[in-house]
Design a protein around this ligand. Sequence first.
Ligand code: ADP
Ligand code: MG
Length: 799
Amino acid sequence: MKNLKQAKKILKTVKNYDDKLLSRTTGLSETLSQLLKDYLPEGLLDDIKEIDKLTVQKKRALIDYISKAVEQIKLEEEEKKEKTVNLLPLEKFFSIQIKDLKLLKPIEKRAFKKVGIQNLYDALFFFPKRYDDRRFKSLSKIKDGETGLFRLEVLDIKKINRGKLKVQVFLKQGDKKLNAFFVHDKPFLFSYFRKGKEVILYGKVSVYGKDISIIQPEIYNQFDPVIMDRIVPVYSLRGDSTVKITSQTINHLRRGIFKILKEYLPLFPEYMPENIRKKYKLPGITEALKKVHFPDISENIKDLNNLQTRPQTRVIFDELFILELAYAYRKNLLKENPAEAIKTDNNFTEKFESILPFKLTEDQKKAIKDILNDISKPSPMNRMVQGDVGSGKTVVAIAASLAVAQSGNQVAVMAPTEILAQQHYRNFKNILGETVEIYLLTGSTPNKEKKKIYRKMETGEAKIVIGTHALIQDEVKFKNLALVIVDEQHRFGVEQRKALIEKSGKVPHVLVMTATPIPRTLALTYFGDLDVSVIKQLPSGRKKVETMIYYEDEREVMNSFIRKELEKGRQVFVVYPLIEDSEKIDLKSAEEGFKKWKEAFPDRKVILLHGRMSQEEKDRIMEDFRNKKADILVSTTVIEVGVDIPNASVMVIEDAYRFGLSQIHQLRGRVGRGKYKGYCFLVVPEEFKYRSDSPEIEKKREKALQRLKILVSTTDGFKIAEEDFKLRGSGDIIGTAQSGKFYFGLADPTRERDSKILEYAKKEAEKLIEEDPHLEKNPLLKELVYRKYGDRFNLVNIA
Ligand code: ADP
Ligand code: MG
């Protein structure tokens, strides 16, 4: 800075020299190039070095040029200084509360409170749901049906009586005329529309030839820069429809956010690394936020409402990027923990296959290879095996367990219900026989037996323990738990998983098994830090479940088919949908259905299973059904995923259109698992059979049938899940509890474009974590990761 000042002084002095003096002046080359060497580009410095040799005119021109360049430097330096000095730390945006802001009126603060916004950050990142076009429009360019704001001069006003229309106002703009109509004749209209006065109206116009009219427009007394002559944000609550936002609230929010943007946005620090921003041509965060709330006047309103503008893209990218960054960060933290490195022979898989009564599919082999590779490292595995019902995931789990048991370490296999735990236990025993010590530990294990198992777990003798929540009781201790297998992950709380992980000194490897095919976008969104192995191939010889749609009036045809199956000794599942999120209604629909089925099959034993029963009751009923004590099991959607009833051959889905496709797909995987062919019947209302005159109902009908036909035509769980995802969003696949976990402001991974952004965001997040694993060089990003996902991802405990 000192050098710069000195150079400026010299430049100022020599600029005032006359030609004679200037031509005689030497030593400028040396002095100036020295003083300015840190400030100017090399090309210019080279020129400066030659300055002494130049003619007077050229010398003067160059000095002028350098002076200007130097002035520029000053500006940039000061700007930088100004910026860094005045920026607020990111943390302040979270700590400064809306209620404490002097710049907002109480009524505006109340509006923020209503929508749950407490601090500055929340306010800046509370985005409009859509936009209204409130730009001033010219009558000469307006098209029929367009909405706009108009500045007009009043020509006349009179009462009329034309149907509903009671008042007509004659207005003009330039040489164009407009008629405004009102459906009431309140006196204030007459004081507002005085002849010759300039007024501002907002509304949708109709154009018929030369006639331009507007009905019941909004009227304004004066120009208001927040809501006029611009594209105006319309705020609303996402996800929560119980809180009603009135247009007044929206207006207060607009004004409040407008003020906050003006006062605080310039102080908001950029957190995104410049290289990423440049690579994807993303605008700076302050510019993006400003324009997402109050877009440029020239912006395309369609693009805005489709979330296609650059500023919106920046926000969407950020939301997905920070999520993926949180995943990458957590994944890395986890990897830094020590885990038992499990070594296996090269030919482990072949040896394992030789004890099986069948050949492994290629996908099974690949999954086993992935797992063996993961657990051979001294950092914890976190892998999910995805595969349709019946694709043979259990065998993969058994292989992994055997590898760990053979290394002298322990395995815990955790199932969501007692009956599933028992089933796993039988499967493990069947394949591994007496070669490994395997125990079953559930709530109903007798106390004496429990104590014995606890002891064996503590000494390390029990190599594989299969169980339910009983596995995470306080008394339970493992000697060297190296692998935890969780069946059907999303029925299983994060907390329980954590508890199990905490039961061993080292962090165990974790293997999650799920029958829900999860589309890639969803997997990235909800299980971003899990490695995934997919089993797509079904074991050979597996017959596909024949799926058919039955309309209500064809029920008797279906029932006679079912009677034949029952005569052959088969069993039947009947499932009723959860009509609302209410157990009461749920129970009612199943109970009524239960009655119907008993009437239709008076000579058969029909039993009922519903969500209000205790787990023990449910387990007992399933066990009865398994043991053929009943022929038909009527239930709500509580049928345990994964329960094997080899003798069942028919799955009836009542009101099938109410189910998610993946859900039905899983349900039908329950039948045809033994040696018998399986059938899945989708029952839909009779109305669905015929075209409807109402376009609305017809659309619904078509969509429902189109969805169900996907099930008839394919058995590829992934294809079904993709379709479901496109048609109904993520809730059906992940379960609503999980899918509600992430509230993005603008991003929606179900949108094609966002799913692409998600891929880029993931790539960049992983790269960043590779370069800066603890985000020490990116403290603002770290802060955002912790603020948004710290609790949810349990980052504090992992770190
Ligand atoms: P999932 O848990 O994926 O629903 P399971 O592991 O329970 O499926 O397997 C379903 C049935 O298929 C079991 O009876 C199992 O023994 C059998 N099975 C698994 N893998 C194969 C295979 N490669 N070939 C033939 N049968 C298999
Ligand atoms: Mg299974």
